[in-house]
Design a protein around this ligand. Structure first.
Ligand SMILES: [Zn+2]
Length: 468
């Protein structure tokens, strides 16, 4: 697989020296004024109509009522009546890999996924899991250098996992010392975050958290062997997938062991979301400032009650990958097992309760499972699902922008539309504050003031996902 990635890089640089990004740029003027737009600023505040945003050198210089904001002489002025401008999304579970099938190997999508994330509106992403080691680091560098198109990437190191996972790409930790060694190795190589996985021990997780924190880096987890309450006490910063992965409610759970079969899912499916146990756990997570990452997009694919992936996302897939998705989807749609319908509904309720209790809810999409979560399209869908969970469109947008920036500790630079912030903006037709589905109508994505043609990027990777 590594050879494949290297080949992709070689092909890219041979065919398109420095053209990888440029061909998709539609706005590159150093001073740009977007006039007559509706602004959703990412703070949760109401949308404001008739606004002008001035960007200079990649930074927002002015935001205000059109006619009252001075547009500098020589600025490129774009009348965007009928459009809404939002902050670029800051999404935190955006792998660069995709399930190749057979359940055991994940292919790096080094060519298609960075493009798709940006085209979908993501300007900053955390990978939250890494199956290809140096590929993710090198892709991040290539994007920063401008030779590849994509968001700014917080590269998560390869998984911190114990023995027991049937994925050969993942190392099995030997002990806590091994966990320390691995954290320091990947931090030295440039990884900026860590992820613990389902079979890690408390000792290994605690050691990894300590080492990461010494270096000012954060650690998240998709846990099972360690409960949420234990992980919070050990210093974890974030928990992936919300409460569906919480083993806290499994009766007779053994320390450091991931309960067999679907015991965790069963315990959540039968959980009273308003019980004292749930309230206590949420209070503990809030008290210890542990964030929760919502990944409703992946859970939706396991349910019969939710719609199939949209045609435009399926058109992005390699035909074999599409067939694999459609066959599995058909089986799920016909299945009598409704556990995931229940789990999705409970997960939505729990995320709402966590956010209302003052917890930092962030969002990501997790393009894994059996392939129904396609980067870019999935980021837009994630917003729609937060609204389905009961958040207002403005709150869903805040979760996908400011909350992500806060988690990354970058909210002074990104995450809202405000003077002095990086000009990371998504321009859509319509009004997502009234109709969240309008997030699908992306026209331009600005990253540091450079405008990318979303439709052109989407078009460039049609039929490629699953292979490249
Ligand atoms: Zn994941």
């Amino acid at each position: 697989m590594l050879a494949h990635v290297v080949a992709t890089f070689a092909t890219l640089s041979a065919q398109q020296p420095n053209q990888g990004a440029r061909q998709f740029i539609s706005v590159s003027d150093s001073v740009v004024a977007l006039t007559n737009v509706r602004v959703i600023d990412g703070t949760g505040a109401a949308a404001r109509d008739g606004q002008t945003i001035v960007m200079k050198g990649g930074v927002i210089q002015a935001v205000g009522v059109s006619g009252q904001v001075t547009v500098p002489a020589g600025a490129r002025t774009m009348d965007l009546a009928g459009r809404t401008v939002m902050p670029g999304y800051v999404m935190l579970h955006e792998h660069l890999f995709y399930p190749a099938g057979g359940g055991a190997i994940y292919n790096e999508q080094g060519y298609s996924f960075p493009r798709l994330y940006l085209a979908g509106g993501v300007t900053t992403m955390r990978t939250a899991g890494n199956m290809a080691g140096y590929a993710d680091l090198n892709i991040k560098k290539a994007i920063d250098d401008g030779t590849m198109v994509g968001p700014t990437v917080d590269v998560t190191a390869p998984y911190l996992e114990g023995p027991g996972l049937p994925i050969p790409q993942v190392k099995a930790l030997r002990d806590a010392a091994d966990a320390r060694k691995m954290v320091n190795y990947w931090a030295d190589e440039g990884a900026t975050s860590f992820k613990a996985y389902m079979h890690i021990t408390r000792a290994e997780l605690g050691a990894a958290a300590q080492e990461a924190h010494k270096r000012g880096l954060k650690i998240t987890g998709h846990l099972c062997s360690v409960t949420f309450r234990e992980a919070a006490a050990l210093g974890i910063d974030d928990l992936e997938h919300g409460f569906v992965t919480s083993s806290d409610f499994v009766p007779d759970k053994k320390p450091d062991e991931c309960p067999a079969g679907n015991a965790v899912q069963r315990s959540i499916a039968s959980l009273d979301v308003n019980s004292a146990g749930v309230r206590d756990l949420i209070a503990e997570l809030v008290r210890r400032r542990v964030a929760i990452t919502s990944t409703l997009t992946i859970f939706e694919t396991f349910t019969a009650s939710q719609p199939s992936a949209p045609t435009k996302a399926l058109d992005a897939l390699l035909p074999e990958a599409r067939r694999q998705y459609e066959q599995r989807r058909a089986a799920i749609a016909q299945s009598a097992d409704t556990t995931w319908n229940v789990l999705l509904r409970k997960e939505m309720q729990l995320e709402k309760i966590f956010a209302e209790a003052g917890g930092l809810l962030v969002v990501g999409t997790d393009p894994t499972g059996f392939g129904g979560v396609v980067a870019g399209y999935s980021n837009q869908r994630a917003l729609e699902l937060l609204v389905q969970a009961g958040f207002s469109p403005l709150d869903a947008i805040r979760i996908a922008t400011l909350n992500g920036a806060k988690y990354l500790g970058r909210d002074s630079k990104i995450g809202t539309i405000a003077v002095g912030k990086q000009a990371d903006l998504v321009v859509v037709r319509g009004d997502p504050s009234a109709r969240i589905e309008d997030v699908e109508n992306v026209e331009i994505v600005f990253k540091r003031g450079i405008g990318y043609d979303s439709a052109k990027i989407f078009e460039s990777v049609k039929g490629r996902v699953g292979l490249h």
